[in-house]
Design a protein around this ligand. Structure first.
Ligand code: AVJ
Length: 334
């Protein structure tokens, strides 16, 4: 494959990861940024999560996309650039890309003189280079050029305006749920600042629902989510020469109704000390001490609409699945 483009070197990446681990594990309460969950193994485990019977999000969103991608591609005006934030392995994007390519085919027939036969370019953005390699292989098809961009959204979003328009920006898979409301609003504002009048933004996000359903989705019977959570310790062991005992922690998923979010933790099962030699840092835990590893916000439809509006985005169409509830919003710059 073509080398994915990256703005930040592996060395800088490692330095910022070291700083994050130090900051999080010396804080009280302890925490780790959730993007650390997604190394190659973490991305693989998340992929397995999306296939669990309890994890309704991915298949519900996929059904919505399958139902509405033709309309979305049409409303987006046969975009020439499709930019996806947090593309992962791209498995959720196939239908929308096919619909965009089909829209291009249609416009070729109707605009006889402009003979614009070159298809759309897909720019998947992700922190995981390996996930992007999988995406590139899985989505390769005639009429589609793929240019993977490795890095955080903030690295690439300011460069959006350089890409040929109209652009369709995708932020699907409910990844926005990882952000606290004020962070989500600044991220969406960053997206909006990169957009022109003719561009569209598609947001896919889970909705607030009954607690048992949420608890099951984030603590599955087969234990895949637990393995996914613990993988972050495994990663720190491997990459920073640490000695976390994975059997000394358990995965814990809690619903926080006031913050309207699922909270994921690793809870220490005993008093213990872990040493992270490459930092270097020693971290002690009492029984029951937790590391907060992830939040997954579940907003109501009204709150999702308010969030988009606050970021300067106007919804042009919403597609909502009733049960389990899930929403896709198509929006333009206000
Ligand atoms: C990738 C952020 C959408 O919050 O549902 C799933 C991550 N963590 N199970 C989610 C996740 C544990 C997931 N997102």
């Amino acid at each position: 494959m073509k080398a994915a483009r990256a703005l930040v070197s592996a060395e800088e990446d490692r330095r910022s990861m070291a700083a994050e681990i130090r900051a999080g594990l010396t804080a009280s309460p302890k925490w780790l940024p959730c993007h650390l969950l997604y190394d190659a193994r973490g991305s693989e485990l998340f992929e397995a999560i999306t296939e669990l019977p309890e994890y309704y999000l991915t298949r519900t969103e996929l059904a919505l996309l399958e139902q509405h991608s033709a309309e979305i591609a049409k409303r987006a005006g046969a975009p020439r650039s499709v930019v996806e934030l947090g593309a992962g392995t791209g498995s959720k994007t196939r239908t929308i890309l096919e619909a965009v390519i089909a829209e291009h085919g249609l416009s070729d027939v109707t605009s006889a003189e402009s003979r614009e036969l070159d298809g759309p370019v897909y720019y998947p953005i992700d922190v995981s280079r390996t996930a992007l390699e999988v995406a590139e292989r899985a989505l390769a098809r005639p009429g589609l050029e793929i240019r993977p961009l490795v890095g955080q959204y903030g690295d690439w979003l300011p460069l959006l305006k350089d890409l040929p328009g109209p652009r369709l920006l995708l932020f699907i898979g409910s990844s926005i749920g990882n952000y606290q409301p004020h962070e989500a609003e600044s991220l969406l504002s960053l997206v909006r600042r990169g957009m022109s009048k003719e561009d569209s933004f598609l947001l896919g996000a889970d909705l607030r629902k009954d607690e048992p359903r949420l608890l099951a989705a984030y603590d599955d019977a087969a234990g895949v989510t637990a393995e996914f959570s613990k993988n972050v310790l495994h990663r720190i062991n491997r990459e920073f020469n640490a000695d976390f005992d994975l059997d000394g922690f358990r995965h814990l998923a809690l619903w926080n109704p006031d913050a309207s979010r699922m909270e994921l933790y690793l809870e220490s099962l005993r008093d213990q000390v872990a040493t992270i030699r490459a930092l270097p840092l020693r971290v002690s835990f009492r029984t029951g001490d937790r590391i907060h590893t992830e939040n997954s916000y579940k907003l109501t439809l009204a709150d999702q609409r308010r969030l988009l509006a606050a970021a300067g985005l106007t919804i042009t169409a919403s597609f909502v699945s009733p049960d389990p509830s899930y929403a896709l919003h198509l929006a333009r710059v206000t």
